[in-house]
Design a binder for this molecule. Structure first.
Ligand code: ATP
Ligand code: MG
Length: 391
């Protein structure tokens, strides 16, 4: 039987404004995500988008897995397509959902008739199809309030779609609908989660990673790239930038007071990140910081880092406990990779007693003793770019 995917889009519907632009963005994202499996045609119909395969052999299980990770979708279902004929509908329901129906105890039939000219009204369709199902599987019971399986029959313009329970979508907004932002991506647990969360709000991601060779190894960089590719399964393609940060870090270490190392390093990371973000047309930065998690994530320390930023800095993990962040990391499958034990540039020169309440004037005074501007420009010009796709 011919199959299609019926997609219910999320907040778009509520937004009303620019709905069509949003839907087009969602379609573009789905088309790209499904393209390795074959070609799909997309049709907009009320609050549903219909994805129809143009090739014979499509791996629908894989298509479902991919659609589950596309933001902007509340729910979707794989539907069987049949003709506008009651007998054909009954057969299609048993053909398409027979196995599912045999594996449950209760069901109900739900009919939607957007073609008002179809000769049977919704209650009649429910009765007829429900009766047919019961005649084939007499052990089943109808439960209209809390059925294990809801059989939906949608009578539309040209065809009838039949499907079972809806599959939950990833929610959020289509990637691209909010613009682009630069994610400061370390090898840790938090920043990949932060990237995922902001992509869910419709941002395309540029990832910026600071590497400090030879203190950090090429394998540490590969790990971060792997994390980017896991996030890209949700966010779509990520522009990935690796910044050589060694020179700046060594100058901090040799010239600044030890208790200010971390905060000065973070301010310089921000400064470099802002330049790369601007080059790549980003409008915000994203970090994985969580309030109070470490010395550099107190209000005072965050105020000092934000003081150098000319862009908004999004910190979606700010109010989350580690446990909560970990549960998202597990869900998006970045957790195991984050745990791989490679060094990060942040941990290379960690001071013994970092200041948790740094004073901006002290920091600025310490920074003024070194000509960081030249080093920042060099780091930006030596940054390597590549693009990372989801696996
Ligand atoms: P994470 O688990 O994301 O590494 P963390 O709890 O280890 O976070 P920090 O190491 O203080 O915290 O880093 C805070 C944030 O700074 C990170 O979430 C990330 O956004 C950014 N960051 C830290 N190290 C790097 C790096 N090497 N390259 C890019 N961004 C970094
Ligand atoms: Mg870290």
């Amino acid at each position: 039987m011919k199959k299609v995917i019926l997609i219910k889009n999320g907040e778009l519907v509520l937004k009303g404004l620019n709905r069509s632009t949003f839907e087009d963005m969602l379609i573009k994202n789905m088309r790209r995500r499904l393209s390795p499996l074959g070609t799909f045609g997309f049709t907009k119909a009320q609050s549903t988008i219909i994805a129809e395969p143009q090739d014979e052999e499509i791996d629908f299980d894989e298509a479902v897995e991919r659609i589950k990770r596309v933001f902007g979708i509340v729910a979707f279902s794989v539907a069987g397509v049949t003709e506008k004929d009651l007998e054909k509908i009954k057969e299609a329901v048993m053909d398409f959902l027979g196995d599912d129906l045999r594996s449950v105890k209760t069901f109900k039939v739900n009919a939607k008739r957007s073609d008002k000219k179809f000769q049977y009204k919704s209650p009649e369709i429910c009765r007829e199809v429900g009766g047919y199902i019961l005649s084939k599987i007499p052990s089943l019971k109808v439960d209209v309030h809390n059925p294990e399986l809801t059989v939906t029959v949608e009578v539309r313009d040209k065809h009838v779609f039949v499907h079972g329970n809806q599959i939950k979508g990833a929610g959020g907004m289509p990637v691209g609908s909010s613009g682009r932002a630069a994610l400061l991506l370390s090898g840790g647990i938090d920043s990949p989660v932060a990237g995922y969360m902001m992509a869910k709000r419709g941002l395309v991601l540029t990832a910026i990673h600071f590497a400090a060779p030879p203190y950090t190894s090429p394998r540490a960089e590969l790990k971060v790239k792997k994390l980017a590719s896991l996030v890209a399964r949700y966010s779509g393609r990520i522009n990935f930038a690796v910044v050589p940060f060694t020179e700046i870090q060594e100058h901090i270490k040799d010239n600044c007071p030890e208790e200010l190392f971390t905060i000065i390093m973070r301010r310089l990371m921000m400064k470099v990140a802002l330049r790369i973000a601007e080059q790549d047309k980003c409008q915000a930065l994203i970090t994985g910081e969580s309030l109070g998690q470490v010395a550099s994530q107190t209000i005072g320390a965050i105020a000092c880092t934000d003081a150098v930023s000319t862009m908004p800095v999004f910190r979606p993990c700010i109010g989350m406990d580690k446990e909560e962040i970990i549960s998202i990391a597990r869900k998006i499958d970045t957790f195991e990779t984050s745990l791989e034990p490679y060094e990060d540039c942040c941990t290379v020169f960690t001071p013994k007693h970092p200041r948790t309440r740094p004073t901006l004037s002290l920091i600025e005074e310490a920074e003024a003793k070194v000509d960081f501007e030249a080093m920042i420009q060099k780091a930006v010009s030596e940054t390597r770019f590549c693009s990372v796709d989801g696996e």
